[in-house]
Write a protein of this length. Structure first.
Length: 40
């Protein structure tokens, strides 16, 4: 787990949101690429 000392709530939420968006984009692209292999 990444720990950043002395960070306020707003930047922490912003970082978490950015990571969530990047993660969901990666998962979506992965599924789009692999769906034909799985008979999707």
């Amino acid at each position: 787990m990444l720990q950043i000392p002395d960070i306020s709530t707003i930047p922490l939420i912003a970082i978490a949101s950015a990571l969530g968006i990047l993660g969901s984009t990666f998962i979506e692209e992965f599924l789009k690429k692999n769906a034909p292999k799985w008979g999707g």
